[in-house]
Design a protein around this ligand. Structure first.
Ligand code: 13P
Ligand code: SF4
Length: 303
């Protein structure tokens, strides 16, 4: 048996023994996505983490995602197989920054992208993801001004769908913010028949060139249901794996081969196995922070 298959078999056996569920984000390496019980975007994974009756959640993604699972599941063991997997955008704002914002804009609700720490969520009014940001913004029927943190591009995208004034923090995702309009135009010229799908973390001038703007799972649904045969994908290249696997007769091209999130690639099958064996590294959130962050996450899940 090849080494990868034997690792997978060991993981399957231990998963049953531990009553564990393996969740994987759509950007994870192919073998991890194929092994997972569930793959999805940040919103879907949060919901699954809320619904599961497993004792152990193995979160193959980055730290803020596992932390969201821990916020929702204080009685479960939440494992992040490679603890070095973080999100540079989440690190661009601190709880202290948010406290300062609240002083500066006392009556303005703070809408926080889930790509943020538990401490930051704990200081926020509500969370959002790329899949529900417009609904979350619209849910504030009485407020004409909101503050969106930490992603400036997600905020500028949301601003296109509302009459409200949206202030924003100047954070960004290095992977999506690094994509320029000229890179998109070059890729479009190379694949003139392809439909261009972009993630809301891309710059506004990139979104201007997009045929569809949606979350990672939104993209997966779109390419499955749309009649086009070729797609140019404006998000992290890990998503090409399920696209190609599930739509073998369609063509998918990364808009730029540079759109690789190093943190999303840190988790290996060996890490998953070690993590299941040792039940480490666990992601825990101090109860005081967790309860405050939970309010913001639950408010989002109710919308
Ligand atoms: P999605 O919620 O669309 O999967 O995005 C998460 C993310 O980290 C994008 O960079
Ligand atoms: Fe964070 Fe960007 Fe990586 Fe998503 S792709 S986890 S936003 S650095």
């Amino acid at each position: 048996m090849d080494p990868e298959n034997s690792l997978i078999q060991e993981i399957q056996a231990l998963r049953k023994e531990r009553n564990a569920i393996i969740l994987a984000h759509n950007y994870q390496p192919g073998p991890i996505q194929d092994l997972a019980d569930l793959t999805g975007d940040s919103l879907e994974l949060s919901r699954k983490a809320q619904e599961t009756d497993a004792d152990v959640i193995v979160f193959c993604g980055v730290h803020f995602m596992a932390e969201t699972a821990a916020i929702l599941n204080p009685d479960k063991i939440v494992l992040l197989p490679n603890p070095a997997a973080g999100c540079p955008m989440a690190d661009m704002i601190t709880a202290q920054d948010v406290r300062r914002l609240r002083q500066e804009f006392p009556s303005v609700p703070i809408v926080t992208y889930v790509n943020s720490s538990a401490e930051v969520k704990a200081e926020s009014t509500v969370c959002c993801t790329s899949a529900n940001v417009n609904r979350v913004v619209a849910s504030f029927s009485d407020a004409d001004t909101l503050y969106l943190i930490p992603d400036q591009n997600l905020a500028k995208y949301a601003a296109r769908h509302t009459q409200k004034t949206l202030h924003y923090w100047k954070g960004y995702c290095p992977v999506h913010h690094g994509l320029s309009a000229s890179m998109v135009l070059k890729a479009k010229a190379a694949h003139p028949d392809a439909l261009f799908l972009a993630h809301p973390e891309c710059r506004p001038e990139v979104l201007d060139l997009a045929d569809v703007v949606t979350s990672t799972s939104g993209m997966l649904r779109y390419v499955r249901n749309d009649a086009h045969n070729a797609f140019l994908i404006g998000t992290e290249t890990g998503i090409l794996h399920p696209m190609r696997r599930d739509n073998p007769h369609k063509s998918f091209y990364p808009v730029s081969a540079r759109m690789v999130c190093p943190d999303m690639k840190k988790t290996s099958l060996k890490d998953v196995l070690r993590s299941l064996k040792t039940l480490t590294p666990q992601v825990r959130v101090a109860e005081e922070i967790r309860l405050k962050a939970l309010q913001a996450v639950e408010r989002m899940l109710e919308i």
